[in-house]
Write a protein that binds this ligand. Structure first.
Ligand code: BGC
Length: 754
């Protein structure tokens, strides 16, 4: 855990430079707007530890799978959102010495991420090797208002010197490779480079997938706020263009470089229009000016905060944490493009390849359901509906048939691209989360038509998979599910993972319920849909038989569900017994030792009880929580939020708060020692759930919103807004009680339990 960032309600502040944590800070200070994003690296040269990362949504590469021992069924590739052209490029040298915070002496340093207005700001003073002192002030946005554009303003002041030799090179570097490239290959080739008036571009194309991206820059230079009419020397190299300027500065002069940049993707534009559109776009934003761009951007953020913000009174660290999570979620996914999804690291790093995981359905859908227009969550569901054929193909590759669908663990286009057998073939519970999200969406929105239009086909494919994946055990006289990995990835190839058996059975049951419901409510359309899936009476009988005869491992003595067969053979030593300094265990122990240990990476049995809370009594929840939580190391970011919600339900308010805080500040405090890889974007939606579903006790039951709020003991109050169907509500929980206001839309009745 690292605590070098200052607490502040709206800002993340680093008030003295920590080069040792620079890659963590770069992750935390990432900017994005749903279309693209980049890590918070410095604009200018930095020769210290850094991971430059620029990502364009939907632009990926199928990196050839790398495994030691090939197994039939492995996907051919692991899809990666590509590190794309670096548009930030800036090199400044003064009297031959490059401005570089790694080599200069740092006299003063401050940088902040302003979450309210969505910009990155830095102010620092450095001394170069020859004694020249330079002040730097920079500000950067990834425009929310004009979502294919980015811009920064970068000023240097000559504090104690004059120089006739100030050189500025503003460049775009398209010769970029992913840090996580499997074979050290580069994934981009050049299509064209070129120049305009104080502008240049690099137009590149991804190998294999053929995505094309035009990255353009336009430069404006000012001295003491006076625009300079300078001619640039043009530098043209492969996948690279630069604009060189030379200038003199007198002592006290401030030189400002404004860079306007755009990224156009072939996903959104005809490539034949790239050059014209790119240049027009650059001219338009440059004419608008940096200050106006910043204003428009801040207005767009204001609109988002108006519905998304959670206000906590009495705890700045918690306030900063939740805002940071909401900020990053909004930067990652706006829901405007149904082809896109939510990568676990968003635009903040390369790990997990920017692909879609079960995280979206299990963690993110509830956030978007409550805080964004209905179409946003619907788009996430339609994304999977569009990929149903691929899920059927995927199941086919593993030997399943007759329309059985296995959604991928990791995907860009519907095809599975994860390549560890214990996850690819065995972590099949992901299929359940996709069905669960359909129910979640329909319960929340009341959009029952969705079931016949999209839901049925997905559900029946998933249900068919489960029906084929179980087998009848003569010994147990029950259906069993062998060789799986549950949500707890610290166990592989187990039999009868309770969670997987439970969600599989639920999927079969729910599919049968939906079958009845759509036939009743949308008869002719439903008949058509059902017959297009060739669903038969024999399948109904088969599903019913499995539902009534599924095996669920259980320990009668303790009254708990067993995570899997044989769980009790383990040495039941709680996490508190792990010697200090050996955590996280995934960075200190061999995989063999982890697999044999009792330690649980993330909610597993408890994930099931969380999803299906109405199926279990509070006593059952308590017994299972008390049994499993002490063995849980929470080394997946997806874990603390679920525990926070369950602890709240059990009235363990301090525990609930502790888990919330861990979830909310996971990246700000680098809790799991891995933020340098990028921020944990998908679990950020879980943080939001900790407050709204945990502390607020919000749930939907029989078409009605319910709350059961509590106030963490040292908070004065908290308030959040949610959309529920046509109505927008504000919930305010304070020391005197809970107030719920309707902000807009029709009156609704909600239930508040104390
Ligand atoms: C978790 C998975 C999750 C993935 C991406 C892993 O560490 O165990 O449940 O899907 O991260 O967030």
């Amino acid at each position: 855990m690292k605590q070098y960032l200052q607490h502040n309600p709206w800002k993340i502040i680093e008030d003295s430079f920590h080069p040792e944590f620079n890659e963590i800070t770069e992750s935390v200070f990432s900017l994005g707007n749903g279309r693209m994003g980049q890590r918070g690296s410095f604009e200018e040269t930095y020769s210290g530890k850094t991971l430059q990362g620029n990502y364009v949504a939907g632009v990926y590469y199928p990196d050839k799978t790398r495994v030691g021992w090939w197994k039939n069924g492995y996907p051919e590739y692991f899809a990666k959102v590509l590190n794309a052209a670096n548009w930030l490029g800036l090199e400044i040298s003064i009297d031959g010495i490059v401005v570089d915070l790694h080599t200069a002496k740092i006299l003063d340093f401050y940088r902040e991420l302003d979450m309210k207005e969505g910009f990155l700001f830095r102010k620092c003073k450095i001394e170069l090797a020859n004694g020249n002192i330079v002040s730097i002030v920079s500000k950067r946005i990834n425009s929310m208002a004009d979502d294919e554009s980015v811009a920064y303003s970068f000023s240097i002041t000559a504090e104690n010197f004059s120089s006739k030799d100030v050189k500025i090179k503003a460049f775009i570097d398209g010769d970029i490779s992913n840090k996580d490239s499997n074979y050290g290959e580069k994934f981009w080739e050049e299509v064209k480079t070129g120049f305009g008036q104080n502008s240049s571009f690099v137009w590149s194309k991804t190998l294999k997938t053929g995505f094309e991206v035009y990255t353009g820059q336009l430069i404006k230079l000012f001295v003491n706020n006076q625009i300079q009419d300078l001619q640039a020397e043009k530098i043209q190299q492969v996948k690279y263009t630069g604009l060189n300027y030379s200038i003199s500065l007198n002592q006290g002069d401030e030189l400002t470089i404004q860079k306007f940049a755009v990224n156009l993707s072939s996903e959104n534009h005809k490539v034949s229009t790239f050059e014209q559109k790119g240049q027009d776009y650059l001219n338009r934003i440059a004419e608008k000016g940096f200050e106006q761009m910043v204003k428009d951007h801040s207005v767009a953020w204001g609109r988002k905060w108006a519905i998304n913000d959670i206000i906590i009174d009495g705890d700045i660290a918690a306030q900063q944490g939740i805002r940071f999570n909401i900020f990053q979620l909004n930067q990652t996914y706006t829901g405007e493009d149904e082809r896109l999804n939510i990568g676990p690291k968003g635009f903040t790093g390369e790990k997990y390849g920017g692909s879609t995981y079960w995280d979206t359905e299990a963690y993110c859908v509830p956030f978007y359901l409550a805080t964004a227009p209905q179409k946003v969550a619907k788009n996430l569901l339609i994304y999977r509906w569009k990929q149903l054929d691929r899920a059927i193909e995927n199941a086919g590759k593993l030997g399943f048939s007759k329309g059985a669908a296995l959604y991928p663990m990791v995907t860009m286009n519907g095809e599975e691209c994860h390549n560890e057998w214990e996850i690819t073939f065995e972590e099949i519970h992901r299929n359940g989360a996709i069905a669960y999200a359909i129910k979640d969406y329909v319960d929340y929105t009341g959009d029952r038509k969705h079931l016949v239009e999209y839901g049925w086909e997905v559900l029946v494919g998933i249900a068919r998979f489960w029906a084929q994946r179980v087998n009848w055990s003569e010994d147990k006289q029950k259906y069993v599910m062998l060789g799986v990995t549950g949500p707890n990835e610290y166990e592989n190839n187990v039999n009868n993972n309770w969670y997987t058996n439970y969600i599989a059975t639920w999927c079969l049951k729910y599919t049968l319920e939906v079958y009845q419901e759509i036939l009743k409510d949308f008869n002719s359309e439903a008949n058509q849909k059902i017959s297009s899936t060739n669903f038969t009476q024999a399948e109904i009988t088969q599903f019913e038989h499995i539902v009534s005869n599924m095996y669920f491992p259980r320990d009668e003595k303790r009254g708990v569900y067993l995570q899997q067969d044989g769980f009790l053979d383990k040495e039941l030593i709680p996490v508190s017994g792990i010697p200090a300094g050996q955590r996280p265990i995934n960075q200190n122990w061999s995989w063999d030792r982890i697999l044999r240990s009792v330690y649980i990476k993330q909610a597993d049995v408890l994930q099931g009880i969380y999803f299906f809370e109405d199926d279990f009594s509070l006593e059952e929840l308590e017994r299972n929580y008390n049994f499993y939580e002490p063995f849980t190391v929470h080394e997946s970011s997806l874990s603390p939020c679920v525990h926070s919600i369950l602890a709240a339900k059990l009235g363990k308010e301090d525990k609930s708060y502790e888990f919330y805080n861990r979830a909310a500040r996971l990246d700000l405090d680098d809790y799991n020692n891995d933020t340098e890889d990028g921020c944990h974007i998908t679990s950020m939606a879980g943080t939001w759930m900790s407050i709204v579903k945990g502390f607020g006790g919000m749930k939907v039951k029989n078409n009605q919103l319910h709350f059961k709020p509590f106030l963490p003991s040292h908070w004065n109050s908290y308030a959040f807004k949610i959309n529920f169907r046509e109505t927008q509500l504000e919930v305010n929980v304070g020391k005197k009680g809970t107030e719920i206001k309707i902000l807009s839309g029709p009156q609704i009745e909600v239930k508040v339990e104390s």
